[in-house]
Design a protein around this ligand. Sequence first.
Ligand code: FAD
Length: 462
Amino acid sequence: MTGPAMPTVAVAGAGAAGTLTAIHLVAAAERAGTPLRILIADPDPHTGRGVAYGTTDRRHLLNVPAGKLSAWPADPGHFAAWLAAEGVPGAGPGLFAPRAEYGRYLAHTLAAASARARGLVRIDRAHAPITRAEPTGSGVRVTAGPARVDVDALVLALGSTAPCTGWAPDALARSSRFVADPWARGALAGIGGTSVLLVGTGLTMVDVALSLAGPGRRLRAISRHGLLPAVHADRPLPQLAPPVLPERLGMGELRTAIRRHVRASLAAHGDWRPAIDSLRPVTAEVWSRLPLADRAEFLRTGSRRWEVLRHRMAPAVGARLSALLQSGSLHVGAGEVESATESADGIEVVLRDGQRIHAEVVVNCTGPRCDYGSAADPLLRGLLDSGHARPGPLGLGLATDTDGRLTSTGGQQHALWTLGTGRRGELWECTAIPEIRAHAVALAEAIAARLSHRTPMPAAAR
Ligand SMILES: Cc1cc2nc3c(=O)[nH]c(=O)nc-3n(C[C@H](O)[C@H](O)[C@H](O)COP(=O)(O)OP(=O)(O)OC[C@H]3O[C@@H](n4cnc5c(N)ncnc54)[C@H](O)[C@@H]3O)c2cc1C
């Protein structure tokens, strides 16, 4: 076992959230002039990519323009300038770049930050999951692959859990024609056949449809509501102030205020999008003010509509999808899977309304999940089972304080933090890069402040 001779922070997860955390930990150590070791653990061989930016399909575009995705809040042009330096066509703050570029950018930005801080900050990368974390007085003992390491703080940047398959009838779930997780490495690569059923009609379905569409292939997408994500405007829109909300807030009041705000935006600008975007800076506060029962009602009755309006497609993706719809290559509608039967040449899926769909392949496009309580990940399971962590409100993510520090079942706080999906229950909107970046900055500051009080380890103990 190795002890932390120098202040050490472990980060579980090398996706966008873990990488942005590491970038801002480096910056905080540099500012304070204090040495720091960062141990980033993730079985994924790449750093910065995770699920969203691990795609190699260049038709998969970012759904946020480059000008809003800089790793450095004080330098908003950083990502756009990097794209230009890399020779990416159309580089500029308005570009919806291929998602793969963002993964490369984050890896490059972390490498550049750690090169600048050489001699002060050391970054180690373990290509293994962290499977166990045990709080030890002031720190945490983590198990990453075969190594056990004592660290001063652990950040959980674990992303979402695997898509839900509970909706799939047994015959479908067991079938080799069923793709349970379209983001698993290579999951879409070997798909043949002329008829493919996509279950889900959100951004995951859009990705999958762009990848699978081709001559002679018919794609059919269904979901309970049949709603497609909205599309970003292809021109800059005005920025609105958020609506004034009543002191006593419930779902009814919130719906009324938002509808009024949307109508005002339509009247003034001919577009509803500025009204929805104006809610971004206040969403977490609004969410926390809503009574728990109203938040639960929102999850049941309003969240799908919100997702559709809030997380929109890049204009080029919207245009490509329209072309697929118009040509008949893609058909989107409402429908819920009731039963399925496998035959020699495919799967017969019966919908609740009696419709029958024959497909050679069925792809689960129901999207990411945030209910950590049911996660299989041994690290999460261990923390939840031991009570060192507890599920967040409504079972989403984990219970945290305002900096993202975990609170245990007994209300204690150990040196454990989370961001991204881990804060879904507390904040609701926390999984897009602008929010993740803000939380990574705050969390790095909080950890740096804690480390500045750390008792230096006696030389003999190193
Ligand atoms: C398909 C898709 C497209 C998206 N597009 C956009 C977009 O265009 N713009 C935007 O702002 N947001 C987008 N998002 C939102 C997305 O959630 C964030 O942008 C971001 O990628 C989330 O990163 P993350 O690090 O939290 O999660 P992930 O990318 O899921 O990374 C989590 C990492 O943790 C690792 N891990 C899990 N358990 C452990 C463990 N026990 N130990 C060590 N490592 C572990 C995993 O291997 C994984 O690499 C998209 C999301 C998806 C799914």
